[in-house]
Structures are given as structure tokens and as C-alpha cells.
Design a protein around this ligand. Structure first.
Ligand SMILES: [Zn+2]
Length: 77
């Protein structure tokens, strides 16, 4: 089961949806990452659940898309 396209349609980067008009659109990458088109934050999908936490997205913001792991690691607590 992958994340449904309906869900992906409505998901937005929680930072840019507030700061950019019609911002925060996400691109699904490697099937388990949602990359914000505005800020480059990357939100992992774990067990088919998108983790839309700003801290998580920021953690991967400077990581190149090509360098993202194929399986998102567990969050740092
Ligand atoms: Zn963003």
C-alpha cells in the first residue's frame, strides 16, 4: 500500500503553506520522501504515513535528493 494520490494532493509543507501563497506543494521522490518545492525540506513516509513534522523536514533540508536513503531512518529523539 502506498500513500494515496488523494492524500498527496492535499498535503503541503507546514512551513511554506503559511509563508508562501499557494506554496508548500510536495513532490513524491523515491516513493518514501515528500520534497517541498519551495524550501527543499524533505518529509519521510514511514509505514505509509507521511511524517509532516517541521523538525523532520528540516533535518533533511540540505540533503540532496539523490542522497536520500531509500528507507527513511528512524527519527532522532
Ligand atoms: Zn516548504
Amino acid at each position: 500500500m502506498a500513500v494515496s494520490s488523494d492524500l498527496l494532493e492535499i498535503l503541503r509543507c507546514p512551513v511554506c503553506v503559511r509563508e508562501v501563497e499557494d506554496g508548500g506543494h510536495l513532490d513524491l521522490t523515491k516513493e518514501v520522501w515528500l520534497v517541498c518545492r519551495n524550501c527543499g525540506r524533505k518529509y519521510p513516509i514511514r509505514d505509509d504515513i507521511p511524517i509532516m513534522l517541521i523538525d523532520e523536514g528540516t533535518r533533511w533540508q540540505t540533503t540532496a535528493v539523490d542522497a536520500l536513503p531509500a528507507t527513511p531512518p528512524e527519527p532522532v529523539s
